[in-house]
Design a binder for this molecule. Structure first.
Ligand SMILES: [Zn+2]
Ligand SMILES: [Zn+2]
Ligand SMILES: [Zn+2]
Length: 154
């Protein structure tokens, strides 16, 4: 759990009522080490609460609109959600696996995402920096190796 973000305060700051469901959704997204899909948010909440799909989607739309969370495409129509950069969470690049499509958060300092640096090289107005790096994730590398190992043995 993130000890630094006060979700009640963050919602209040954006003029949104900090209802229990909104806070819980912020917590689920904030606690997940990678961007998370709406159905996984729903599944996590359903372990303890009775909350329906429509409510979850409505809250996600509101949080995106108010700039508290970011909606990222994870290939095809699959959408995932992560906290928007804030004073506790600097902007960071994402890694996407070409094999399974999974998105992962990379360390903020792994590549410069400093808007001012990029702005100096461009005459228009930079508003948002999104960097996606692609390759093969660890799980897929492992399962490839396992498959290879099997065929080698034959
Ligand atoms: Zn936080
Ligand atoms: Zn993968
Ligand atoms: Zn992320």
């Amino acid at each position: 759990m993130c000890q630094r973000c006060n979700y009640t305060e963050m919602l209040n700051d954006r003029g949104i009522d900090p209802t229990p469901n909104r806070i819980k959704i912020m917590e689920v997204i904030g606690n997940n080490p990678a961007p998370i899909a709406a159905r996984d948010i729903l599944a996590t909440l359903k372990r303890t609460d009775t909350i329906n799909r429509v409510t979850v989607y409505r809250i996600l739309d509101l949080l995106v609109e108010k700039g508290l969370i970011d909606r990222l495409s994870s290939g095809g129509r699959r959408l995932v959600y992560g906290l928007s950069p804030n004073e506790n969470h600097p902007p960071h690049p994402h890694f996407q696996c070409k094999s399974c499509g999974a998105l992962q958060c990379l360390q903020p300092d792994s590549i410069s995402m400093n808007i001012e640096d990029i702005q100096r090289t461009f005459a228009g107005e930079i508003q948002n920096v999104e960097i996606r790096i692609s390759g093969i994730c660890r799980n897929c590398i492992r399962s490839r190796q396992a498959m290879k190992h099997k065929t080698d043995k034959k």
